[in-house]
Design a protein. Sequence first.
Length: 180
Amino acid sequence: MIESIYWRQELRAELAWLKRHRRYRRWSEKQLVLYERRLMLVAFQVRSLLERSKVNDRARNVRAPVIRYKKIGTKSFTYVGPGFPEDRFDIANPEPSELGVVDVCNQLIHYYWMKTWSEGTAFKGILIFSDFMRHKWAYEFLIEDLISLFRVFANDSSAVTELSFHWNEKRQDYVARYAR
């Protein structure tokens, strides 16, 4: 990533599209797929900015509100096998929590299963879990919260103006110590 300003411009356009297309008279499968695709692309863009030290520490440490549901029992949730999320996760006992932005991005990019829901004509939220987390937690996100989280990275105020590196022996590379 040579210059992040252009990534931020595209990110702003994607977020505007997501916000504009939250409402339809009737959601079709195609509209849901297009929305899901854009949401995943936004998550990938944000994660790319994070991995390349193109955002400051304030933005890097932003968190999203989430409702999480603990995995219950020893049976795995599978595409082919029997069971619904209600059978494998403790849906009756939701836990309010927060997830860091990298974890949010990874849930969207690497999701194993996703269910969407709407209220009236508005796309409201998703229940999701990644392949890695499917044996631990399912997460419920409001679309409004995801757009707000990703908007932080679209703003120019998230850019890095000062950066310090230190050597990381384990990675055998320099790693950003701070980004202001």
